[in-house]
Ligand binder design. Structure first.
Ligand code: ATP
Length: 302
């Protein structure tokens, strides 16, 4: 299957500033992929390079099987995007803005506009001037414009910006429906808990570099509970634990970490075992990171 996004070795330098370095990314049709990173990590620059808005210093991009180069035109009819604050004609209504967007896309008839108004739940605001829309509804109008031509690839920079929790949930449902229909979605965010509920796969950026990429489930699994064990002789404790079928890994600081379900559920048995082996625990605690802590550890701020 031809990937919807196939980027290799993308690099962007602005003088001494390296905004993105050697980033490779593949997104399949029907996949929701999140670019996750703190402010300044390089998400917007990456998205702009993917969309041909910024010329990469190095690397190459293909969208829907077509290489993106200056002057590439045909693919944009199959790509929808929303990058940074959505712009609208302030004095035109929502419907009028969408009619303009449809015309620019070469779409005819009222069908595409009414379809997208229904899909984005903008009916109540159809005749409201864009300048009076709340931030969340302006974002919804931006999304409607990005979707009006039923693209095969949708690229969204921080789509949840300005939306209330109900709006975020609506976007999540909308993106799942689109992906179910085979649309590939790339979105950026700085909130792991938000993308963990939306994305199938996540690429984590820090200082312009890819620091982690994989299935969302694998990232969430890093937040699973563990049993942290302290002992005066960690080597002896580790040997005793391993002999009893509880392999331990070195943890942060002077402790061992056990991730087996039995050990986590029965810390008393672990304590008894260590006492019997002559290395009583100095500390025993079941710990669990929240998702944000996991993310901050990945990007190196914790
Ligand atoms: P945010 O969430 O704040 O939008 P981001 O992850 O999208 O952050 P980018 O906007 O891609 O990050 O910026 C990455 C780095 O590149 C930053 O250090 C930024 O200052 C720098 N940068 C981006 N555009 C330019 C430019 N036109 N000239 C110089 N530096 C730039």
């Amino acid at each position: 299957m031809t990937p919807a996004i196939d980027a290799e070795g993308l690099t962007k330098r602005y003088g001494d500033v390296t905004a993105v370095e050697d980033l490779s990314l593949t997104v399949a049709p029907g996949e929701i992929h999140a670019l996750l990173g703190l402010n300044g990590a390089g998400k917007t620059t990456t998205i702009r390079m993917l969309l041909g808005m910024v010329r990469p210093t190095a690397g190459r991009v293909a969208l829907l099987g077509t290489r993106v180069r200056p002057g590439t035109r045909a693919i944009w009819a199959r790509v929808g995007y929303l990058v940074e604050t959505p712009a609208a004609y302030p004095e035109l209504t929502v419907t009028e803005n969408l009619l303009v967007a449809a015309r620019l896309r070469g779409l005819t008839g009222p069908g595409p506009v009414s379809d997208v108004i229904a899909r984005l739940d903008l009916g109540t605001y159809a005749h409201v001037r864009a300048r009076t829309l709340s931030l969340g509804n302006a974002q919804r109008l931006g999304l409607a414009k990005a979707l009006i031509h039923r693209p095969a690839l949708l690229v969204l920079d921080e789509p949840a910006n300005g939306l209330d929790p109900a709006g975020v949930a609506e976007i999540r449902t909308l993106l799942s429906e689109l992906a179910h229909d085979g649309v590939a979605v790339l979105l950026s965010s700085h909130i792991l808990t938000e993308v963990a509920r939306t994305a199938d796969r996540i690429s984590v950026l820090a200082d312009g570099r890819l620091v982690w990429a994989g299935d969302t489930g694998d990232l969430v699994a890093q937040a699973r509970p563990r049993l942290s064990v302290g002992a005066r002789d960690l080597g002896a404790a580790s040997t005793a634990l391993r002999a009893a079928g509880h392999p331990a890994e070195p943890g942060h600081g002077t402790c061992l970490v056990l991730t087996g379900d039995h050990a986590i559920g029965h810390p008393d048995e672990i304590a008894t075992l260590l006492v019997a082996a002559g290395c009583p625990p100095t500390r025993l605690a079941v710990e669990q990171d929240d998702l944000e802590t996991c993310f901050l550890r990945l990007v190196g701020t914790r």
